[in-house]
Design a protein around this ligand. Sequence first.
Ligand SMILES: Cc1cc2nc3c(=O)[nH]c(=O)nc-3n(C[C@H](O)[C@H](O)[C@H](O)COP(=O)(O)OP(=O)(O)OC[C@H]3O[C@@H](n4cnc5c(N)ncnc54)[C@H](O)[C@@H]3O)c2cc1C
Length: 309
Amino acid sequence: MLRQPLLMLSRSDKVKNFVTAMPVSSGIVSRYVPGEATQDAVEATRELIESGLHVTLDFLGEDTLDREQADATVAAYLDVLSALADQGLARNAEVSVKLSAVGQSLADVGEKVAIENARTICHAARNAGTTVTLDMEDHTTTDSTLGILRELRKDFPETGAVLQAYLRRTEADCRDLAYEGSRVRLCKGAYNEPESVAFQDKHDVDKSYVRCLKVLMGGAGYPMIASHDPRMVDIAGALATRNGRAQGSYEYQMLYGIRPDEQKRLADAGEKVRVYVPYGQEWYGYLMRRLAERPSNLTFFVHSLVSKK
Ligand SMILES: Cc1cc2nc3c(=O)[nH]c(=O)nc-3n(C[C@H](O)[C@H](O)[C@H](O)COP(=O)(O)OP(=O)(O)OC[C@H]3O[C@@H](n4cnc5c(N)ncnc54)[C@H](O)[C@@H]3O)c2cc1C
């Protein structure tokens, strides 16, 4: 019930200024974001890989309306990819990219700039020996993002897609993308979407998630099950068995700092588990979406704000 008010409140400049005055090291921030610098991200990656997990790194930032900022984001990805390669981590760590952070929202030239920039990152990832997944943002960008994905996959077929089960269209998108070699991350969806395009009731979202999972797990692609929900994890396991899928022909994905014991448990059971690690200075929007999903963290959050720790 608190999800929509929290997402709306997060758009207030006053709230933003107040919250971003907190250091990234404060408890509530560092729980979800390991740091602002490339080296913080690489260190967190190393620790996760050493404990048997895989990683996808997200340089935080979205809705860039500034060409220089988009270029700076590309440079940050090139920097982290070269650090991963130099330090022998690229085999187990890829990157996740938000197209709006690399120019998709720029007036008139947005798609062109986003494709060029995404292509540059895909090239660097391939040279480093790893892959890119395109994050999915709010529904107004879905068609554009899937169009850019199709374009990128002509040269980089390994590029991963993300689909959001809360959107009414997604079961059909899953069918389109369940082909051999197609990496598809299925998540529930994190944005505040209207009823016309998205299921509003949590149970309807869960039911859609299961329908989409059935399509992906029964298809020829590579499903990436991005959920912390114990029921979705169990259902994915049952569908793997039913479809004769071996461990490693699909993977589980969870966010940094959320259910780390479950991440480890699945990995210890032989499953491939990838942790999504966001880093960088633009952690505000990301943090607010995580809080909106879990209002019970608000007490901890308010305490962090008051004590500024
Ligand atoms: C790897 C990954 C990548 C993602 N990429 C995208 C993307 O590109 N686009 C997009 O829109 N969304 C993305 N998401 C976010 C996703 O859409 C959901 O908003 C988020 O994962 C919460 O949904 P859930 O499936 O975990 O289930 P929920 O029903 O929200 O939660 C199920 C259970 O998980 C635990 N849990 C969930 N959230 C938290 C939390 N914040 N703190 C502590 N415990 C928690 C609780 O036990 C809860 O009962 C991604 C998620 C993951 C894991």
